[in-house]
Design a protein around this ligand. Structure first.
Ligand code: ST9
Ligand code: ZN
Ligand code: ZN
Length: 337
């Protein structure tokens, strides 16, 4: 019944051209859930990833210490700037532009976002968007790469430490990725991904503080590169975990995503997750003001200078209808966003 409600809701939305990436089909979901019971699945830990993420967190702890006690002020500011820029490469780029096609961007903007995306090192955009489209279309089933029914830790980062459920691969293979595979900017990123991310995520953030204000290379590496990278990862992962667990559901009570102020701030405007799963075609990913939605500010600024166009939004009438039929009017909470 819950799924059927969700589907009815999505039929009502004026999804436009990106509907094909988002449409939820309750019959298909029920079929997937039945099939999943028959698939023999044993969780297989990928120890290489456990070791790499263990080392990353060890380095990030050193970086945090140095950020507080050793780093020069410009290094602290630069670390923050790299977090925001890399964050934009995920939110404005991989997420709102490429996964959801919620707005269009001219080539210089797409190149800019792809370059920012490398700073965040979260797999190439084609792979990121493929997993994210699976997440929206089959939320909380075994075809969802970070299925929250497998627990908070799995949804947060555990899913990157084990082999994927066969149903992710089977269902995901049916997705239409032709728009991504035909974008030369994304093809370029995929082709040169390794050197691009080593340079953007680690080398560039280390060299700049050393060259421009004489920071120690080790301090620059552990703060602006390693700590900042780990912090951005957790801010992103929190959308899959915290923003599916802790918060309220003004737009749809029947789904796990919630509105969460902490993740709105940490993930530069992406914490309106109940709104986003209900209206995934809306480039704002939240109904509320621009106060913490820095990503929206970036997209709107780029639109003002002609680099971005065709921003899609859900109409206020549609939002109100949705709140009336499937959500609730917790208006006092709006002031927090
Ligand atoms: C990272 C990503 O952290 C984080 C994404 C989070 C998303 C959050 C979204 C929230 C909304 C936006 C908010 C943004 C907020 C940002 C705030 C910033 C301030 N469909 O993967 P393989 C097939 S990455 C279809 O090896 P295994 C396919 O044939 C961190 N098919 O599977 C594939 O081959 P190919 C850095 C699929 O062996 C083949 O399977 N990166 C799909 O099970 C093998 O794929 C890492 O740590 C699909 N969805 O391994 C790397 N998936 O690709 C981590 C797979 O050639 N990854 N196939 O087509 C890995 O090591 C592995 O993927 C694995 C699984 C071990 C996890
Ligand atoms: Zn999304
Ligand atoms: Zn979600």
């Amino acid at each position: 019944k819950t799924r059927a409600n969700a589907a009815k809701k999505h039929e009502k939305c004026e999804n436009g051209e990106n509907a094909q990436y988002l449409a939820i089909n309750p019959d298909e979901i029920a079929k997937l859930q039945e099939e999943s019971k028959k698939i023999p699945y044993k969780m297989e830990i990928v120890w290489r990833n456990v070791a790499l993420f263990g080392a990353l967190h060890f380095g990030a702890a050193i970086g945090l210490y140095q950020l507080i006690f050793d780093a020069k002020w410009p290094t602290v500011l630069f670390t923050f700037m790299m977090y925001v820029l890399g964050g934009f490469g995920i939110t404005a780029g991989a997420h709102r532009l490429w996964s959801h096609k919620s707005y269009k961007a001219k080539t210089p903007m797409r190149v800019f976002l792809m370059l920012l995306n490398n700073i965040a090192l979260q797999n190439d955009i084609i792979e990121w968007a493929r997993d994210h489209r699976c997440h929206h279309k089959w939320t909380d089933t075994d075809a969802d790469p970070h299925n929250t029914t497998r627990g908070f830790f799995f949804a947060h980062m555990g899913w990157l430490l084990v082999r994927k459920h066969p149903q992710v691969k089977e269902a995901g293979a049916k997705l239409d990725l032709s728009d991504l595979l035909s974008d030369p900017v994304l093809v370029f990123q995929r082709k040169h991904y390794f050197p691009l991310v080593i340079l953007s995520c680690f080398v560039f953030p280390t060299i700049v503080p050393v060259y421009f204000w004489g920071e120690s290379a080790l301090v620059a590496f552990y703060t602006a590169a390693v700590f900042r990278y780990a912090f951005t990862l957790h801010a992103t992962w929190c959308i899959n975990s915290a923003a599916h667990y802790f918060g309220w559901k003004p737009y749809d009570h029947s789904i796990s995503p919630v509105e969460n102020v902490f993740t709105t701030i940490a993930a530069v405007g992406e914490g309106g997750h109940n709104f986003h799963h209900t209206f995934p075609q809306d480039y704002r990913t939240s109904e509320y003001s621009m106060k913490f939605n820095w990503t929206r500010v970036l997209i709107d600024s780029a639109a003002a200078i002609g680099l971005v166009y065709d921003r899609k939004t859900a109409s206020q009438e549609m939002i109100n209808r949705q709140v009336d039929s499937h959500g609730s009017h917790d208006h006092w909470k709006k002031s927090m966003m």
